[in-house]
Design a protein around this ligand. Structure first.
Ligand code: ADP
Ligand code: MG
Ligand code: ZN
Length: 601
């Protein structure tokens, strides 16, 4: 029986997906194989089709090593439903159940048997293998052999012993395809000249994005914005996963999201089996729309409609990130993967990583995620290059670096193009302007004065509060006062701004005052801004008016900050300012240099 007839006759699929045919053919030719395919690409089929074909030829049972019991149970159910004799041996079965499976195995009735790595390396299990006919070993999630990886399982290192018991072909499968992990898999499992099948790691339907944020408040706001953008507050389809680095954080974030009106739950390995089960089932049935989880959630999960994956904190490696983010929109519809990144995340990961791997390995993995977060090139290109070791992937056109390279280069959230929340009347960059204005305040002011300042008012209160020097003074001149106040109120409702005080309520950034962002510069009345920054801001506004551009199109606020820090005096120095390309230097360069020179000490 050939592979294609198994595929259609048993599995009901019309054709192989990319990579599957090559993997199946290699195995049926008796070769070893390593299959590197992204999550959701269909790795299971790469050993299941040969397993059926081999069993029908009377060549015996395929032994599948799989690290998760839940996954085994799912797979066995799926195979059984297709009329394939499949079973699993795991610690959740009682003695009778296990004996029944062993009986079937010894009678040669099973096409596929799933076992945990712990079971597979046991002497008692290996004795069973000697007493029956084995056709193939399949090692699923094979990156677990790698100490470099994020799912290291010590038992995986001993799986090579299976080969000594019965010498049949071995197929290893993983979604982690870095050259190093590949080499470790082949070496650790003693694979012999394995056929290597490498899939397409691009996910054209996913929009990758990184936001550099400090502090939980900003991260809450960004998370809520991403969830709202995907319509997760409204009724309707779609789910989201919010990944956190620590168990404690999953609880805090889930709590916060519930308060904000989302159907959220949390999941981590420290919860009871019952609680985890309940969380997972709620998410499966879409009663829970947002699952806040540690990396303990997700291996092998396959939900088609997870529209957003937010990493509230950065994971410990790019492999872990891509594997988790890759769970978005498996059905091919548009999805969004947002990594919230701050230097504190690396500290957290170092603290967490004490158990696995040496310092050098850990640092290496952390460096990869940091590189990803701070790169200015297409995110998918970078991911694909990392995972395949080749650098010939086209830009995706949908990630933040493709859509708005200047914004990414300056690593500011200001101009990021995000779906605007339903109730917002101002664009996200205009909203960011408001937030920037508040960030520039040394002391909080009332929302009406804030609105007036943004509209460029010169009334007495503006003088009194020093608001004429606010860099954003007049930046939203064309917006109505009522509209602005409404927008400020909405930002407060979204907890992106905080309201303080009862009698004379003022607005400020959420969180403790010390956690505010903004460059430490000379303070001046209510505003903490340097003279260069103020003048550049004025210049930017003037040019924007002249050119009929938006101010951020002249250059971004991050560029102003960078100029203020670097104080460039030559065109060469200007060219090193991120976010100022040659076109802008040609147009504005001389003015900027003159402006900086005026402030030279
Ligand atoms: P992976 O292990 O690579 O993450 P799975 O093996 O769990 O992916 O497969 C993901 C989904 O793709 C499953 O629902 C599977 O039935 C489906 N699938 C796999 N191969 C094909 C195919 N050739 N045609 C259609 N659907 C497929
Ligand atoms: Mg799989
Ligand atoms: Zn891109």
């Amino acid at each position: 029986m050939d592979a294609v007839s198994v595929l259609s006759g048993v599995f009901g699929f019309r054709e192989f997906r990319g990579g599957q045919r090559a993997a199946v053919e290699a195995v049926l030719e008796g070769k070893d194989a390593v299959v590197l395919l992204p999550t959701g690409a269909g790795k299971s089929l790469c050993y299941q089709v040969p397993a059926v074909a081999l069993a029908r030829r009377g060549l015996g049972t395929t032994i599948v090593v799989s690290p998760l019991i839940a996954l085994m149970i799912d797979q066995v159910a799926g195979l059984t439903a297709r009329g394939i004799a499949a079973a699993a041996l795991h610690s959740h079965q009682d003695d009778d159940e296990q004996r029944a499976v062993i009986d079937q195995l010894l009678r040669g009735q099973l096409a596929v048997l799933y076992v945990s790595p712990e079971r597979a390396v046991k002497e008692s299990f290996q004795r069973l293998l000697r007493r029956t006919r084995i056709a193939l070993f399949a090692i699923d999630e094979a990156h677990c052999v790698s100490e470099w990886g994020h799912d290291f399982r010590p038992e995986y290192m001993q799986l090579r012993a299976l080969r000594d018991v019965v010498d049949v072909p071995t197929i290893a499968l993983t979604a982690t395809a870095t050259p190093r992990v590949l080499a470790e898999i082949a070496a650790s499992l003693h694979l012999r000249a394995p056929a290597t099948v490498r899939g397409d790691f691009r996910r054209p339907n996913l929009a990758f994005e990184v936001q550099h944020l400090r502090g939980d408040e900003a991260r809450f706001a960004a998370t809520i914005e991403a969830l709202e953008g995907a319509g997760l507050r409204a009724t309707g389809g779609g789910r989201a996963i919010v990944y956190c680095a620590t168990r404690k954080k999953t609880e805090a974030v889930a709590e916060r999201l519930k308060q904000a009106g989302f159907a959220a739950a949390h999941y981590h390995a420290g919860r009871t089996a019952l609680a985890r089960d309940r969380a997972q089932r709620g998410f499966s049935s879409s009663r829970t729309r947002v699952l806040v989880a540690t990396s303990a959630f997700g291996m092998g999960v396959d939900y088609p409609d997870v529209r957003v994956i937010v990493h509230f904190q950065a994971p410990g490696s790019l492999e872990a990130y891509y594997q988790e983010a890759g769970r978005a929109s498996r059905d091919g519809a548009a999805g969004r993967c947002v990594l919230l990144f701050g230097a504190a995340d690396l500290v957290t990961q170092r603290r967490l990583a004490e158990r696995g791997g040496t310092g050098a390995r850990r640092e290496d993995a952390l460096a990869s995620i940091e590189r990803y977060a701070s790169a200015a090139r297409c995110r998918q290109q970078l991911l694909c290059a990392h995972f395949t070791g080749t650098d010939d992937h086209p830009a995706c056109g949908t990630c933040d670096a493709c859509v708005d390279p200047a914004a990414v280069r300056t690593r500011r959230i200001e101009a990021r193009e995000t779906p605007t929340p339903a109730r917002a009347t101002l664009s996200s960059s205009q909203q960011q302007l408001i937030l920037d204005a508040v960030a520039a305040l040394r002391r909080p002011i009332g929302k009406l004065n804030l609105a007036k300042a943004l509209r460029g008012s010169t009334c007495k209160a503006m003088h009194a509060h020093g608001l004429l020097h606010l860099p954003q003074h007049g930046a939203l001149r064309d917006t109505g006062e009522a509209e602005l106040v409404a927008q400020i109120e909405q930002l407060i409702a979204e907890k992106r701004l905080a309201r303080r005080g009862r009698k004379y309520p003022t607005v400020s950034l959420p969180g403790p005052r010390s956690a505010r962002r903004g460059d430490p510069v000379r303070s001046r009345g209510f505003i903490k801004t340097s003279n260069i920054t103020i003048e550049l801001e004025t210049y930017r506004k003037r040019m924007a008016r002249q050119l009929r551009w938006k101010a951020y199109m002249v250059f971004q606020r991050g560029v102003i900050a960078a100029i203020d820090r670097a104080r460039p005096t030559t065109h060469e120095a200007l060219a090193r300012i991120p976010g100022l390309g040659p076109a802008k230097i040609a147009r504005f360069g001389d003015d900027i240099l003159a402006l900086v020179r005026r402030h030279a000490p």
